[in-house]
Design a protein around this ligand. Structure first.
Ligand code: ASP
Length: 451
């Protein structure tokens, strides 16, 4: 193994991230990235934009085939519909429960600090809400009228539905379909290898993503919204380190500190991309190869969680609701806050884990409780940074639930979970099996020899 390559990927990504933050903040501080400057045109909105976007595209490119093949393998691995239903039921209940706890705690803490009470309205940027899907539409959309279109659009719930149905049907076909299952297993393995290859680019891409975000961050805005920002970040950290870890310990008995060490990569990717969906390949790899969750559980719980589980986003909605209600001097009352809790738990089901979707959900919540939608303009400027942090929390919640469900189903390899080095990426040396290499060489030789 190449020794210079020994530094783990996580460390490399953290180095890239810190360098990116420093460079971005320096650009911002010295105002080097004004509109027509070299830095803005060629770096921030040139090289950094391109490198970051290409990396996110590369991750997204893997999501649909990976979810499709791993779910087919997963369903065939579980082997019976009853167990499948149980895994679905458990994960749904846990996802909803953690999201409800998240937003309740958020509202409670934000209200007890009275955030936003002394704020003036002058700094509001313009915000116009977008339509969020209605619940009936969400239900209808679970079944794709055209699976290819659902795949092309990257719509997660219809893709999950189609893949599960395909898996069940393959099982029903029985022996004749074994070749198909084998092919899906190979395809799944190939996709996982692609994930590892794309992840190799992360340190550089994360540098670019961080430098761009930080260069564009407005410090004055951050300062004027510091109450909101501090309370929001504190509740997010509380949820990650206290609530989720308690839930993990209570429901599975597994070690939270081991979990926190192993989840780091997925959190870093979520933080940099601000998208749970784009992070699916990394989350899936983390829970299966680092934590020992069997693919039969993870292939379902991870993409399902990326779509319906948004603890961090719910926390943002709780804190933002209290903040903006206070800024406008409105009192929502107990029933108003209960509506907020219900609405954001429901809204998280129908919306995909992509950047900025939390704000769209927030406009739906506001419309429901009669808060002014324009109020969202107040927090718009800092939302990208908040989005990055809450996405890391969202993804951690997905992994916690996947681990608990796997443990309860006897589908978790404890030896892998407790081995700190299991599945860690330290080297990218391209490895071709020697026997395969020989076979290939022989085949080439044969074609040369034949007249
Ligand atoms: N970016 C978040 C996610 O992908 C959603 C949001 O809070 O906007 O999970």
């Amino acid at each position: 193994m190449n020794n210079s390559n020994k530094m783990s990927l996580t460390v490399k990504v953290i180095v890239g991230m810190i360098l990116g933050i420093v460079v971005g903040l320096l650009f911002n501080y010295f105002q080097l990235n004004s509109k027509d400057s070299f830095v803005n045109i060629y770096l921030v909105n040139g090289l950094f934009l391109a490198a970051g976007k290409m990396f996110i595209n590369a991750l997204q490119m893997l999501v649909v085939p990976l979810v499709f093949f791993s779910l087919i393998c997963g369903v065939c691995g579980i082997g019976n519909i009853k167990t499948l239903g149980r895994v679905g039921g458990k994960s749904f209940a846990l996802y909803m429960m953690t999201t409800a706890i998240a937003i309740t705690v958020a509202i409670f803490i934000a209200a007890s600090f009275g955030i936003g009470e002394n704020m003036n309205l002058a700094s509001a940027a313009k915000f116009t809400g977008k339509d969020t899907p209605e619940l009936t539409q969400v239900l209808i959309n679970i079944i794709p009228s055209n699976p290819v279109r659902a795949m092309a659009n990257g719509d997660m719930l219809p893709l999950i539905f189609f893949s599960i149905l395909a898996g069940i049907s393959i099982l029903m076909v029985g022996r004749k379909a074994t070749k198909f299952i084998e092919a899906a297993e190979i395809a799944n393995e190939v996709m996982m290898k692609m994930v590892t290859l794309v992840m190799a680019m992360a340190p550089y891409a994360v540098f670019a993503l961080m430098a761009k975000s930080m260069a564009e961050l407005g410090w004055e805005l951050l300062d004027s919204l510091k109450d909101y920002v501090i309370v929001l970040i504190s509740v997010l950290l509380f949820h990650l380190f206290v609530t989720l870890m308690l839930v993990l310990k209570l429901f599975s008995g597994l070690s939270p500190s081991m979990f926190l060490k192993k989840i780091r990569n997925a959190q870093l990717f979520a933080f940099s991309t601000a998208s749970s969906n784009a992070t699916i390949p990394v989350t899936l790899r983390t829970v299966t190869e680092r934590m020992g969750v069997n693919n039969s559980v993870a292939s379902f719980t991870v993409p399902f969680g990326a779509t319906i589980n948004m603890d961090g986003t719910a926390i943002m909605q709780g804190v933002a609701t209290v903040f903006i209600a206070n800024v406008y001097g409105l009192d929502l009352g107990m029933s108003g806050y209960i509506t907020v809790i219900l609405m954001s738990v429901l809204a998280s089901i129908g919306t995909a884990g992509v950047p900025g979707v939390g704000l769209i959900m927030l406009s739906m919540v506001f419309a429901q409780v009669g808060l002014p939608i324009e109020g969202i303009g107040l927090i718009l400027g800092v939302d990208r940074l908040m989005d990055m942090i809450r996405t890391a929390v969202n993804v951690s919640g997905d992994a916690v639930v996947s681990t608990i469900v796997a443990k309860s189903e006897g589908n978790l390899d404890l030896a892998v979970y407790n081995d700190i080095d299991a599945g860690a990426i330290t080297s990218y040396k391209l490895h071709i099996d020697e026997a395969v290499e020989q076979e290939l060489a022989d085949a080439v030789q044969k074609t040369h020899d034949s007249p």
